[in-house]
Ligand binder design. Structure first.
Ligand SMILES: [Zn+2]
Length: 177
């Protein structure tokens, strides 16, 4: 007796992992997003309450953060991860109950935490890290990329060119004769 899955085993790894919240109401949509939108079948899962929240540097969760670091390092080394996807979600009870974040502050806090968590994960190894937030309207779940808006990469201003660039007509007709 036993249960035989109709899904065949595929031995190949895809060298990607996702970190998201345990809340099972969002799990199927996370799979759907990662499989179909990001093209990551069989991604490694690191699923804990709050998802990447504990990696954001709050000292109250340093133990959780160290454990997540350890798990991620293992996956980076042994499963040769090249990519890590961090996903937060709307109405996350880890934030509203454990951290006491109000509904109105939640999205901004999660966006800030995603940026901090991404920095931390990049420090663990040579992985590409991207951040997303899932929200819903009625029964529809949407997952959107969270770009760094809190601390944009500020490159030093490029030096002003002493010679102004050529006008388009000069460039387009370098040799009119
Ligand atoms: Zn949650």
């Amino acid at each position: 007796m036993g249960f035989d899955s109709s899904i065949a085993f595929d031995e190949s790894r895809i060298h990607a992992a996702a970190v998201y919240c345990s809340d099972g109401r969002w799990g199927e949509q996370m799979d759907d997003f990662l499989h179909r939108e990001l093209g990551l079948p069989r991604y490694d899962r690191l699923v804990v309450p709050g998802g990447p929240a504990a990696l954001a540097g709050d000292m109250a969760f340093w133990r959780e953060a160290e454990l997540l670091d350890k798990h991620l390092r293992f996956l980076i080394d042994v499963h040769a991860l090249e990519r890590v996807v961090l996903i937060a979600h709307q109405d996350c009870a880890f934030y509203t109950r454990t951290l006491g974040v109000s509904a109105s502050e939640l999205e901004a806090r999660q966006n800030k935490d995603l940026a901090a968590a991404a920095r931390r994960v990049r420090g663990l190894g040579p992985v590409d890290v991207s951040t997303y937030r899932a929200s819903r309207e009625g029964g529809v779940v949407r997952v959107e990329q969270v770009r760094k808006t809190q601390t944009p990469d500020r490159k030093p201003p490029t030096q002003v060119c002493e010679n102004p660039p050529k006008t388009p007509t000069q460039v387009e007709n370098p040799d009119p004769g």
